[in-house]
Design a protein around this ligand. Structure first.
Ligand SMILES: [Zn+2]
Length: 208
């Protein structure tokens, strides 16, 4: 089977990519959103893993909106479905994890989308969507990634467009916590320690 993986070069999508390429061919799809360092790192990582890397630039799209607006994941997913048909892929995979408070990241929502995608293709659907990590938490993903020998040092999680991880944003902090809770060596170079309590970018922080 040929898979199209929605790939950012982060912990989840890289683990997903390693998981998928054990049994099939994959193309890594990166949605360009102006983060040059992230894009370069993702491209290098895909090369390292021997996977074709394609970039979709979506000027003025929801991918340009700051934060994570409603339906952003769904919107990107449906765009990936169109590309999958062009690249001869039978499956679109994305690396969402369990976040019950975010309906786009729940199993019932995924099942509804899968049904919709099936119906849109008629009697003999050729493309399906899959989210193999959807029942996992980030710590579970790190443990899976350890087993798959994901090169963590090449992955990126920071929400800022800088060369190094900032250590302040919620993504850097979740990354550090996930490595810590799984007793995984964190090779990340942070500009500021993610364990410094009082200077976070975020008012609320929780490990997911
Ligand atoms: Zn950061």
């Amino acid at each position: 089977m040929r898979h199209l993986i929605m790939f950012s070069g982060g912990i989840k999508s890289t683990t997903l990519l390693k998981y998928v390429i054990r049994e099939g061919e994959a193309i890594a799809l990166y949605f360009e959103h102006g983060f040059v360092h992230e894009q370069v790192a993702a491209h290098q990582l895909a090369d390292h893993l021997g996977v074709e890397f394609i970039v979709e630039t979506l000027t003025g799209s929801p991918s340009k909106v700051q934060g994570w607006p409603l339906f952003k994941t769904t919107w990107m997913l449906f765009h990936a479905l169109t590309l999958a048909s062009q690249f001869g892929c039978q499956q679109v995979c994305y690396g969402i994890c369990s976040r019950p408070w975010c309906r786009e990241n729940t199993r019932p929502y995924l099942d509804t989308l899968r049904l919709l995608v099936q119906k849109a293709q008629g009697e003999l659907p050729t493309i399906e969507i899959e989210a193999p990590l959807i029942l996992l938490h980030t710590t579970d993903v790190v443990q899976l990634g350890n087993r798959l020998e994901v090169p963590w040092i090449e992955t990126r999680s920071c929400e800022h467009n800088e060369i190094l991880h900032c250590g302040r944003c919620i993504h850097c902090r979740r990354r550090a916590v996930a490595f810590s809770l799984t007793e995984t060596f964190d090779p990340t170079v942070y500009v500021q320690s993610p364990w410094k309590e009082d200077t976070s970018d975020d008012d609320e922080f929780s490990e997911d």
